[in-house]
Design a protein around this ligand. Structure first.
Ligand SMILES: *Cc1c(COP(=O)(O)O)cnc(C)c1O
Length: 382
């Protein structure tokens, strides 16, 4: 019998409960190395760069949440993406969506290209992905919903194209978390997460994940993580394990708040556009309803002027003006100078990221207090 995702956040099906003196919280194995009983014998662990029990427990939980056969935990989301890029060699070609997290764009443009990986960046919604596939194309890389424009991409449609052409589909699932969306079930080959965001959930730890349902990819990644040393430390693994226990209630509450705030934003004269995939007027609303169990808690909105946007950022107090997302605290971000500062200007404009665009990561405070805070920040900005 399969168990629900909110239960999986707290219990692994295989857990026996009698290991480690019955400790309910998985122990932190704060050790770099492991002693051997004799030559050729091992406790199952040799050196923590290769594997550590606390990291392994976290990886099992994330693999279970994403319905993968393996998950690897990294020291940050970007460590996960840069390790992923080690799967490719000079001359390989990737098709990447135009609206991606700014750090991923920076990695592709400055590091992957230097390493001889050819990148074609297209708007995967309006342009024909299949037409861009060449002899040396190895993968399609997307996020959905995208950061920050909240575009929704049809995962199954892209996975069908990838399968037909014998290439991989890689999906960054950070924005919805495995609580609301499981790309592997929709045909993706690799799932990427910034565990810093919803999985950790408390804005206190950096982490990243790669998850796959394929043994060939898992074997390659296991070799790369042990060789490059990008794995997550034991204590940070434990913090993310602890964060995941409340993933379900956090996602539900943050989403509930996001709906209320999105409706409130839609009623403000200064707000020219409210982009939230839970709203029926969002162009990806039907697709997200089909492929996900929820809409998440990220809202992007455009106000009437740059001046008004800056005043809001200056006026907020309870809501913090800070990068990042997915934590219990509601944060407001200015993508053009923060998360997406290194994205080329013409790409920003093409994606609709301008000086008037703000991004909210809605947390789990009381919706009433969040709206009162926004109301005050807007009034003082008028
Ligand atoms: C934050 C983020 C990343 C990078 O993760 P870090 O943990 O900050 O290194 C990658 N993808 C998305 C969608 C993100 O939001």
């Amino acid at each position: 019998m399969s168990i629900d995702v909110s239960t999986k956040c707290i219990h692994l099906e295989e857990e026996s409960g009698d290991s480690f003196y019955g400790a309910v919280s998985f122990p932190i194995f704060q050790t770099a190395t492991f002693a051997h009983p004799e030559v050729g014998k091992s406790t199952g662990y040799d050196y923590s760069r290769v594997q550590n029990p606390t990291r392994e427990q976290l990886e099992k939980v994330v693999a279970a949440l994403e319905n993968g056969i393996d998950a690897l935990a990294f020291s940050s989301g970007m460590a996960a993406v840069s390790t992923l890029m080690e799967l490719f060699r000079p001359g390989d070609h990737l098709i990447v969506d135009a609206d991606l997290y700014g750090g991923t764009v920076r990695l592709f443009d400055n590091i992957s290209e230097k390493n001889g990986i050819e990148i074609t960046r297209i708007d995967c919604i309006s342009q024909n992905v299949e037409k861009e596939i060449k002899e040396n194309t190895k993968a399609i890389y997307i996020e959905t919903p995208t950061n920050p424009m909240m575009n929704v991409l049809d995962i199954r449609a892209f996975s069908e194209i990838a399968k037909k052409r014998g290439i991989w589909l890689i999906v960054d699932n950070t924005f919805l978390s495995p609580y609301f969306q499981n790309p592997l079930d929709l045909g993706a080959d690799i799932v990427v997460h910034s565990g810093t965001k919803y999985l950790g959930g408390h804005n206190d730890t950096l982490a990243g994940f790669l998850v796959t349902a394929r043994t060939d990819i898992s074997e390659k990644l296991r070799f790369i993580i042990k060789t490059t040393g990008t794995g997550l430390a034991p204590f940070d693994s434990w913090l993310i394990l602890r964060g995941i226990k409340t993933l379900g209630i956090r996602m539900e509450k943050a989403q509930e708040n996001a709906f209320e705030i999105a409706h409130w934003l839609e009623k403000q004269n200064e707000v020219k556009k409210t982009v939230y995939p839970g709203l029926a007027n969002h162009p990806g609303h039907e697709i997200i309803k089909k492929q996900s169990r929820g809409f998440g808690a990220m809202i992007t909105f455009e106000v009437e002027s740059e001046d008004f946007a800056k005043k809001i950022l200056k006026n907020v107090r309870l809501i913090r003006f800070a990068e990042s997302l997915g934590g219990v605290e509601t944060l407001i971000t200015y993508p053009i100078t923060q998360t997406h500062a290194d994205v080329p200007k013409e790409l920003l404009l093409r994606n609709g990221i301008n000086e008037r665009v703000l991004r909210l990561s809605v947390g789990i405070e009381s919706a009433k207090d969040l709206i009162a805070e926004l109301d005050r920040a807007f009034k003082e900005a008028r």
